[in-house]
Design a protein around this ligand. Structure first.
Ligand code: SAM
Length: 314
């Protein structure tokens, strides 16, 4: 970098630092008052007012000027502003049309930042990626998610197999713990398996409910999901694998043999017990003790036995 370039860079960063941080109690209250904004609980609107938490979120996302960030639910732009400073391209999808003019105003200084008005659950994300992120070397989702739709949003991101590097999101603490849970505990369930099939999860930090306006009733956590290059286990039919997992957790107090008998039909109970034993899986174990590899073995064996078409009965 030449001396002139370095000078330009430091001027740019000084300008960036000069743009007023949204994530302080004072500034957030000012913006809300200026626009007469009223919070909609039904949209999970709890705005972050803590700089340290923002630092943790942005650092975990491993962004630089060659990377893109997709933010879901920018609110009044507290995180968006930080992402714009860390990434080469930021696109934020916000459902509440009352926030769009506020975001335009708050983010007016930020280059390469696009706000899209829409419901992330309805948007064609493949098309959005093609339109917004053609020029970046990798994309991560970074968001303080609305809690009422956390799981549907994450499952949409994972199931659509978008070319993502990381998903760094603030979610309800208990949901983060379930996503990162290992076999053997009561937090481990079909959500843990689904997330760990696609990603390596890591809880980044716990977040008290006091760092939001308004304060939610629950505590939160930031979780980082790093997308695997290929799924954690090899299964011939993903849909069947996930139905086996769901069936195994259908009634948590029941044994695997009982839950899976309900799945494959009573007439196959004996054959099922034999198949589990052949796979070194004790039929009296509970679903919550099985690893992803063990669920995969069961799914593979069921398909080999031609038991692939059952639906989950619960
Ligand atoms: N990112 C901001 C922050 O950290 O202060 C706001 C986070 S707030 C927890 C969640 C945001 O998601 C709100 O702005 C809400 O309007 C928006 N939202 C809720 N449901 C949405 C959906 N289906 N699609 C896009 N945005 C949504």
């Amino acid at each position: 970098m030449s001396g002139q370039d370095k000078n330009d860079e430091s001027v740019k960063s000084a300008v960036k630092q000069a743009s007023i941080e949204v994530a302080t109690p004072k500034r957030t209250k000012e913006i809300i008052a200026k626009y007469g904004f009223s919070f909609k609980k039904s949209l999970g609107q709890n705005f972050l007012i803590d700089q340290n938490i923002l630092n943790n979120i942005v650092a975990a996302a491993e962004l630089d000027e060659t990377k893109g960030a997709l933010e879901i639910g920018p609110g009044i732009g507290a995180l968006t502003q930080r992402l714009a400073q860390a990434a080469g391209k930021v696109t934020a999808v916000e459902i509440d049309n009352r926030l769009i003019p506020i975001l335009k105003d708050v983010l007016s200084e930020e280059a390469h930042t696009t706000v899209i008005h829409g419901d992330v659950l309805k948007i064609d994300l493949k098309q959005l990626f093609a339109e917004q992120f053609a020029d970046v070397s990798g994309v991560s989702v970074v968001a303080n998610l609305p809690y009422y739709v956390t799981t549907p949003i994450l499952m949409k991101l994972l199931e659509e197999k978008l070319p993502l590097e990381h998903i760094v999101v603030m979610i309800q603490k208990e949901v983060a713990e379930r996503m990162a849970a290992k076999p053997g505990g009561k937090e481990y369930g079909s959500l843990s398996v689904a997330v760990q099939y696609y990603c390596v999860p890591k809880v980044v930090c716990m977040v008290p409910h006091t760092v939001f306006i308004p304060q939610p009733n629950v505590d939160s956590a930031v979780i980082k999901l790093s997308l695997r290059e290929k799924p954690a286990v090899d299964v011939p039919d993903e849909d069947h694998f996930f139905r086996v997992v769901q069936a195994s957790f259908a009634q948590r107090r029941k044994t695997l043999a009982n839950n899976l008998t309900a799945f494959v039909g009573k007439e196959r109970r004996e054959a099922l017990t034999e198949m589990l034993l052949k796979n070194d899986i004790d039929p009296i174990r509970r679903g919550e003790t099985l690893s992803l590899e063990e669920f995969a073995r069961i799914s593979r064996s069921m398909l080999e036995a031609g038991w692939g078409s059952q639906s989950v009965s619960s």
